[in-house]
Design a protein around this ligand. Structure first.
Ligand code: HH2
Length: 258
C-alpha cells in the first residue's frame, strides 16, 4: 500500500504533495513503482498534529480520489470522519482506513452500508497527546484485545470478516519498546482471523534506532516492512514502494522455493 498524503504537515512528506496535481502525480509514480493499493489521506495523525475540519479534509482528498478513480489499483481513504468515508466511497474508494477503528458515531454503519474493505487500527489516546506517556501492562495482549473487540463490533454491524483488516498502529501511543514488542509478536494477531496490515514506514521508532531524519529512513523502513511481512502482515503501508517491492520480491522468491 503506497501512501499519498495530501497534507501540508505529514511527518515525512508534508507539503510535498499538498496540491491535487502534486498528489495525483505522486500517486501515478507509486502505481508505476508497483503499489497494489493507494492510501489517500488529508489529515496528518503524526504525534502532536492538530485536527483538520471536515471541509478542509474533503477539499484535499476528494479531487485526488476523483482523478485516480478507475485507475489500475484500488484506492483507500485514510480518514476518521464518517461523512468523508461516505463521500469517498461514493467517489470510488474501495477501502476505508481508519486510525480510530470505526469508533466515531455512525462510522460502522457507513461502512456496513457499503461493499468496501476496512482497516481497523489501534491507537492509545489522541494524536495531539498520544506520545506523551504511552503505558500498557502487556502491550501485545491489550492491542490484540482491542482489535478483537473492534472486529466483533464490525461484524455485528454487518461488515463481513473477509472485508476487515486489523493493524496494531505502530507509533500511535506507543514507545519504541512497545512497537518492537508488537513487531516481534505480530504473528499472534493472526488469531484475529482477519487480514493484517502494518505501517512502520519512516516512523520515529526508526529514527530512534538509526539516528536518521524521516526522509533518510528508507533502508530502515524496508527492513521493518520485510520483518512485518515475515511475521504475518499481508499489507504494508509504505512511502517507498519500489524499494519495498524489491525486498519483498527476494523474500517471495525464497518462500516459493521452500
Ligand atoms: N500510519 C499513519 C497514518 N495512517 N494507517 C494505518 N492503518 N496504519 C498506520 O500505521 C498509519 C495509518 C502515519 O503515517 P503518515 O500518513 O505517513 O503520516 P501523517 O499521519 O503525519 O500524515
Amino acid at each position: 500500500m503506497g501512501v499519498v498524503n495530501v497534507t501540508p504537515d505529514s511527518f515525512s512528506d508534508g507539503s510535498l504533495y499538498a496540491s491535487t496535481e502534486q498528489a495525483v502525480a505522486h500517486a501515478r509514480r507509486l502505481i508505476e513503482e508497483g503499489a497494489d493499493i493507494l492510501d489517500i489521506g488529508g489529515e496528518s495523525t503524526r504525534p502532536g498534529a492538530a485536527p483538520v475540519s471536515l471541509d478542509e479534509e474533503r477539499r484535499r482528498v476528494l479531487p485526488v480520489l476523483d482523478a485516480l478513480a478507475g485507475r489500475a489499483v484500488p484506492l483507500s481513504v485514510d480518514t476518521r470522519k464518517p461523512a468523508l468515508m461516505a463521500e469517498a466511497i461514493a467517489a470510488g474508494a474501495a477501502m476505508v482506513n481508519d486510525v480510530t477503528a470505526l469508533t466515531a458515531p455512525a462510522a460502522l454503519e457507513v461502512v456496513a452500508r457499503s461493499p468496501v474493505a476496512v482497516c481497523l487500527m489501534h491507537m492509545q489516546g489522541e494524536p495531539g497527546t498520544m506520545q506523551e506517556n504511552p503505558a500498557y501492562q502487556d502491550v501485545v495482549r491489550e492491542v490484540r484485545e482491542f482489535l478483537a473487540q473492534r472486529v466483533a463490533a464490525a461484524e455485528r454491524a454487518g461488515i463481513a470478516r473477509e472485508r476487515i483488516v486489523a493493524d496494531p498502529g505502530f507509533g500511535f501511543g506507543k514507545t519504541v519498546e512497545h512497537n518492537l514488542a508488537l513487531l516481534r509478536s505480530l504473528g499472534e494477531f493472526r488469531s484475529l482471523g482477519v487480514g493484517l496490515m502494518a505501517g512502520l514506514s519512516r516512523k520515529a521508532m526508526l529514527g530512534r534506532l538509526t539516528g536518521r531524519d524521516p526522509r533518510d529512513r528508507v533502508h530502515a523502513s524496508v527492513a521493518a516492512a520485510l520483518l512485518a511481512v515475515q511475521n504475518g502482515a499481508q499489507i504494508v503501508r509504505v512511502h517507498d514502494v519500489a524499494a519495498t517491492r524489491d525486498a519483498l520480491a527476494v523474500w517471495q522468491a525464497m518462500k516459493n522455493d521452500e
